[in-house]
Design a protein around this ligand. Structure first.
Ligand code: UDX
Length: 447
């Protein structure tokens, strides 16, 4: 550990699991470089402060009442509520922290990219602002291209054009463009545009990725954004996400994995937000049973609409948990494939642990991530959900990975990527150097 440099950083995570994990992992990385960490967080999904005795936590009100039936019911409305309601309380809290003379001066604010209003706050309070984008560089580049995509007629997405290639963003197709709530595509458009524009004006952009994985997207962003960009992932290699988990991990699945053959298990998890419909649940259950392979399936409470009991016989071959210690699972030798929704954390965790993927993206950046996994890095197979998830298609995807030559090739490429993910962390590696560059950059910022 380096000596404290008398510089305090204030971090502000978006209160969703896929955003809290990387922000608190980043906090650990920066702390190990000698910075003091203060976290401002909403009451909604507040992190467990007792897991971080070396950080200081300050809650702010968010006017979200989880028992209120009017609580925003989908992710699009939740994000717009949070970005509207948090600005005032966040600014008040930061102002108070600045006035607190008993503590060190604040060197820099590190905000989730989606909290775009923090740019205005940082300008008003004259605190430099660095942004953490918790998704990949590949999808951020697509968000940055939204005005162009709109001008060219690719956006809003039209059903008749879903299979059209986007020549300017090959290998993406129109169906891969990020959508959240198709009934109001304009909302995502505005949120993405505000996120990108406010990032362009900040003092630096951090990604949980590594240079060898996303060099081409990072280079494009470096060309378009005139600010320093720091790819310093994979974060979970510095600090496991278990500390920041909002749901307790069920560790019993690890002893179940210990009893399975090496490389035999399909791990199934669709992250912290995506939900599936009851008919999809049935098809997944039958597809897994018919595959004849052991499986570990995360069924989060309330993630399956209309299901009140498990499909009969399901537990004979599989292990079902409400929430798994995902990184531990992915690094377990019994796991041979990850059926994932392609949230960015899951994607990167799978790559760093060398586990080939079955990609079933649901919304937002996940479709872009899936296209990169399947067509650019070629370390996974696609399983389309949009025109009906069906047991035959599921069995086919599983066979492609486990029983066919294609699966062997995918496995080889994945091991190669895993090696790169590991090398970048070593002394002289790209992430190692970029972390040093980030620490120097923060120390050079003028308040
Ligand atoms: C959301 C969006 O869905 C995603 O597209 C975006 O990139 C980030 O925000 P989420 O659905 O939570 O993410 O998925 P993901 O990004 O994969 O993050 C999930 C996190 O929860 C991972 O760090 C994973 O390790 C952890 N997790 C998941 C568990 O600890 N246990 C589980 O059972 C499942």
């Amino acid at each position: 550990m380096e000596q404290r440099k008398g510089r305090r950083l204030v971090l502000f995570p978006m209160p969703l699991q896929g955003h809290i994990n990387p922000m608190l992992q980043l906090a650990q990385i920066l702390h190990s470089k000698g910075f003091s960490i203060t976290v401002i967080h909403t009451n909604f999904n507040s992190p467990n402060a007792s897991n971080y005795p070396h950080f200081t936590f300050h809650p702010i009100p968010d006017r979200l009442d989880q028992s209120d039936p009017a609580m925003p019911s989908n992710i699009g409305s939740l994000l717009s509520h949070l970005t509207t309601m948090c600005e005032g309380p966040f600014e008040d809290c930061l102002r108070k922290l600045m006035l607190d003379e008993t503590d060190e001066p604040i060197g820099c604010l590190v905000s989730d990219a989606l909290f775009h209003f923090t740019q205005g706050v940082s300008e008003r309070l004259r605190i430099p602002r660095i942004v953490l984008r918790t998704g990949g560089a590949c999808s951020f580049h697509v968000f940055a291209a939204f005005p162009f995509l709109k001008e060219k007629g690719y956006l809003p997405v039209q059903d008749s054009k879903l299979e059209d290639p986007i020549m300017e963003l090959a290998p993406l197709k129109v169906k891969d463009l990020p959508v959240i709530n198709t009934s109001d595509p304009e909302k995502l458009y505005q949120l993405a545009t505000s996120m990108v524009n406010s990032a362009k004006n900040c003092a630096g952009l951090i990604f949980n990725t590594f240079e060898d994985l996303e060099q081409s997207s990072l280079d494009k962003l470096r060309y378009e954004f005139l600010i320093p960009i720091f790819p310093i992932g994979p974060f979970h290699k510095f600090c496991p996400p278990s500390l920041s988990s909002l749901i307790a991990h069920d560790e019993t699945c690890i002893s179940w994995l210990d009893r399975q053959e090496p490389g035999s298990v399909i791990y199934v998890s669709f992250g912290s937000i995506a939900a599936i419909e009851q008919p999809e649940y049935e098809e997944i259950a039958w597809g897994l049973r018919n595959s004849g392979r052991p499986f570990l399936w995360v069924i989060r409470p309330s993630s399956v609409d209309g299901v009140d009991g498990l499909n009969p016989g399901l537990e004979e071959r599989g292990c079902i948990v409400k929430w798994a210690p995902q990184v531990e699972v992915l690094s377990h030798p019994s796991v041979g494939a990850f059926w994932t929704h392609c949230g960015w954390n899951s994607t990167l965790e799978s790559i760093s642990e060398g586990v080939p993927m079955i990609c079933m993206p649901c919304f937002a950046d996940q479709k872009v991530n899936s296209r990169f996994v399947c067509d650019v890095w070629q370390v996974g197979v696609e399983l389309e959900r949009s025109n009906g998830l069906e047991r035959g298609k599921i069995q086919r995807a599983i066979r492609r990975l486990f029983d066919e030559k294609e699966g062997e090739e995918i496995r080889d490429r994945m091991l190669h990527l895993k090696e790169k993910a590991s090398l970048c962390l070593k002394q002289g590696g790209s992430t190692f150097q970029s972390i040093g560059g980030l620490a120097d950059h923060i120390l050079s910022l003028e308040s």
